[in-house]
Design a protein around this ligand. Structure first.
Ligand code: NAD
Ligand code: MG
Length: 386
């Protein structure tokens, strides 16, 4: 039977690659949700004919509504972040693939889980900001949480042998190192938005591309891995793998190491999250190791890349500290993308907010949003003027 998918963040980098997979497999799209890109969403609606479409941005919603007025077979439209959340929780949604960027994805993740849908999760910020809410809900509702992030998909794939998985001892979380690998603070000081947007191996949305340059992405992924796989952060080693071909590895009690490899193309982890536990042919080229010749590994430099150090401190503090780190990062990256702060300011601001309070302890969803707002206010108050 054809699979049914609801895709949130359909116009983004993961969103469009997900539609490539869905197209190739001939799966059914129940719902599409997007933020601002009305024209791209309209083209997707015309091709995939979803029953529902949700648009978070008010102006984009109006544009989509006007364009579809009187069109036969047009989807029912849902408006605003409320509409996106409602779509995620709708009966018949199938597997919900959340490819929204930022904490904006958290409410939809929770709505999908509460409605009993399996959740294919690209939106790592859901786990970073509300990890205990998300994992508690998954347990309570008995749904599957399927990682889309390439590293976490790799780890998940390496843990499919449940006997071995019980003897998991360590995770080797790989990082490309980003465009500024090997550079020190003095050389990073004047790096611009354009420099930071040039990722060596992956083509991704702007926010995660900056996160890859600062190594915040690896810090977020460390926290994501703690929630997904239940190992303490000190059992997760970050290893630079320059080619982004070895997507992560696991080490068992006998010191045997298992890794997952493939060309750097997100369609493999996206498809695996949707076909798990099965595998199907995928529209991605084969990995040619002989042509590649070698794989280079190195240590991640958290002395220089303070976002990574800040995320380690945040997960050690626990509670809402990772949420604060994430909120500060989202606000700081937005300022950096507007050329309002320097590259190194991002790390200073994220570390500053993590150091500003003890955090720790249990939290509710309301506490998450309050902490996120606090972190954004911290950045607004402490961002240096360029
Ligand atoms: P992107 O910026 O390219 O796309 C984001 C999408 O979310 C867009 O469709 C945008 O319209 C939509 N959106 C934004 N706010 C929304 C809201 N409130 N409601 C509904 N839709 C909203 O980002 P991306 O690179 O595709 O990344 C998406 C997520 O996947 C991020 O959490 C990122 O960390 C994660 N991820 C991305 C990659 C990658 O290769 N791009 C790899 C691993 C993980
Ligand atoms: Mg990743």
């Amino acid at each position: 039977m054809a699979k049914t998918v609801t895709l949130l963040g359909s116009t983004g980098s993961i969103g469009t690659q997900s539609l490539d997979v869905i197209r190739a497999q001939g799966w059914r799209v129940f719902g599409l949700a997007a933020g601002t890109r009305a024209d791209a969403l309209l083209a997707q609606i015309a091709e995939f004919r979803p029953r529902y479409a949700a648009v978070a941005d008010a102006a984009a919603y109006q544009k989509v509504e006007a364009a579809l007025a009187g069109t036969a077979g047009a989807p029912r439209l849902l408006k605003g972040p409320e509409g996106v959340r409602a779509l995620a929780g709708m009966e018949g949604a199938g597997t919900v693939l959340n490819a929204i960027v930022g904490i904006a994805g958290l409410a939809a993740s929770l709505a999908a889980i509460e409605a009993g849908h399996d959740l294919a999760l690209a939106n790592k910020e859901s786990l970073v900001t509300g990890g205990h809410l998300v994992t508690d809900a998954v347990r309570r509702r008995g749904v599957h949480l399927l990682p889309v992030d390439s590293e976490h998909s790799a780890i998940f794939q390496c843990l499919q042998d449940t006997h071995s998985a019980k003897r998991l001892e360590k995770i080797l979380l790989t990082a490309s190192g980003g465009p500024f690998f090997g550079l020190k603070a003095a050389e990073l000081q004047n790096k611009t938005r354009a420099d930071a947007l040039k990722h060596p191996n992956w083509s991704m949305g702007a926010k995660i591309t900056i996160d890859s340059a600062t190594l915040m992405n690896k810090g977020l992924e460390l926290i994501e891995a703690v929630w997904l796989f239940g190992l303490p952060p000190e059992k997760i080693q970050i290893v630079v793998q320059r080619e982004s071909v070895l997507h992560s590895a696991v080490q068992f009690a006998d010191h045997s190491v298992l890794a997952q490899l493939g060309v750097p193309d997100m369609r493999i982890p996206i498809q695996y999250a949707l076909t798990w536990p099965d595998r199907l042919p995928c529209p991605v080229p084969e990995l040619d190791l002989a042509a590649l010749g070698s794989l280079r590994f190195a240590t991640a430099d958290e002395e220089t890349f303070r976002c990574l150090a800040a995320c380690k401190k945040a997960i050690a503090k626990g509670g809402l500290a990772p949420c604060a780190a994430n909120g500060a990062n989202e606000a700081a990256v937005a300022l950096f993308l507007q050329d309002k702060i320097g590259f190194l300011d991002i790390g200073r601001l994220v570390e500053g907010v993590v150091d500003s309070q003890p955090f720790g302890g249990e939290y509710t969803l309301a506490d998450v949003y309050e902490c996120d707002a606090m972190a954004r206010a911290y950045v607004a108050a402490h961002a240096p003027a360029l």
